[in-house]
Design a binder for this molecule. Structure first.
Ligand SMILES: Nc1ncnc2c1ncn2[C@@H]1O[C@H](COP(=O)(O)OP(=O)(O)OP(=O)(O)O)[C@@H](O)[C@H]1O
Length: 345
């Protein structure tokens, strides 16, 4: 393992262990206040935990209470949400700064800066000053500066959050390219970032890692409500029955697990909202289905996420209009059993 990290902070109620192999990118996901920035701050040396130990390659970052490596002596680059470039230096000088401060000659630092400005797509801006850059351009320069330092570990704190959707999309592609083979931790609220940038994800909730694993596995089979919410899936917990499961609130659903699970065992079930069918009133099958009450309607493009007290359905806006759905409306939901993915809890 390149990174082994373990830290506890009593006043923030954070207790986190993380391991990262060399060249691996980890997405750190979690709701506001979960502790993501705290973890990055401790790694960067800006926040001192009460106890813990962390090693990065050959370096001991901290081993408390005895050892604490100062931030500038850690081979770590932290990229914040805002680019935080030096306003009085040109773009090239900003990027040269990191190799210069680790002892490179001006010529070496210049060559390194040009290489990274090229790779991040901002070489033509080399002589400009940060004040004249767009948000996306400034963030590209910040990425070039972080990587020109050739850190052992790069930390990215929501690097795309302050950019508009089109610019964020372009930057995401560039980031995916430059992060290949690099050891990195990316804090994000976005499942797409995790899919495109990260080999593995760790989900933080109330200062603890609540699930962790390969990106696709965790995001398609969430075990924690936050992960399910992030990926837009409905997560149910309950007990395995012969035909499927009974949820904790008494809903019986047909379904088949990927691996055999004996009846009576605690299980989770994941349902894609687009697989949930919704109707009002009693259907032609005499009312079979799940009685539910609409709790929220969230339009997005020409689809509407219809949240209910049971499952969430994703339906065309035209259907919502036709059924005259409003909050509080009584509806009947059904899900094909093949779309109820059951896994051990
Ligand atoms: N400067 C601080 N001093 C003390 N406690 C703090 C400080 N900053 C954050 N906290 C607390 O530490 C916990 C973790 O917060 P943190 O900012 O790390 O979460 P986060 O997951 O990064 O959230 P967000 O997504 O909102 O940035 C929270 O309980 C928060 O209230």
């Amino acid at each position: 393992m390149t990174l082994q990290f373990s830290a506890r902070l009593a006043d923030r109620d954070v207790d986190v262990d993380l391991n990262l192999a060399s060249g691996e990118t980890l997405a750190l996901l979690g709701p506001n206040g979960a502790g993501k920035s705290t973890v990055l701050g401790v790694l960067a040396g800006l926040i001192r935990p009460d106890s813990g130990r962390a090693t990065l390659a050959e370096d001991t970052l901290f081993d408390l209470p005895t050892t604490w490596l100062a931030p500038h002596r850690r081979a770590i680059a932290l990229l914040a949400q805002d680019a935080l470039l030096f306003p009085h230096l040109t773009v090239r000088r900003n990027v040269e700064f990191a190799p210069r401060s680790s002892g490179a000659t001006r010529a070496q630092a210049g060559a390194k800066a040009d290489e990274w400005l090229e790779r991040t797509g901002v070489r033509p801006l080399a002589e400009r000053r940060p004040g004249g850059l767009s948000g996306g351009q400034a963030q590209r320069v910040a990425i070039a500066r972080a990587l020109a330092a050739e850190p052992e570990l790069i930390l990215l704190d929501e690097p795309l959050a302050s950019l508009d959707v089109a610019v964020a999309g372009e930057l995401r592609g560039m980031l995916a390219e430059v992060l290949v083979g690099r050891t990195a931790i990316v804090v994000t609220h976005d499942a797409l970032d995790a899919y495109l940038l990260a080999d593995r994800v760790a989900v933080l909730h109330r200062g603890r890692v609540v699930e962790e694993g390969p990106t696709r596995e965790v995001l398609t089979h969430p075990r924690h409500p936050f992960t399910a919410e992030l990926t837009g899936l409905s997560l149910l917990t309950g007990v395995r029955t012969a035909g499927g499961l009974v949820t904790d609130d008494g809903l019986a659903l047909g379904g088949t697990p990927a691996v055999p699970i004996p009846a009576g065992r605690a299980v989770t079930a994941v349902v894609r909202p687009s697989a949930v069918m919704l109707r009002t009133g009693v259907g032609p099958d005499g009312g079979a289905g799940i009685a539910a009450v609409v709790t929220a309607l969230e339009p997005r493009d020409d689809l509407v996420r219809v949240r209910t007290d049971r499952l969430t359905a994703l339906v065309p806006a035209a259907v919502v209009a036709e059924l005259r759905l409003t909050i509080g409306a009584r509806v009947t939901l059904s899900v094909p059993r093949g779309d109820v993915r059951i896994a051990p809890a």
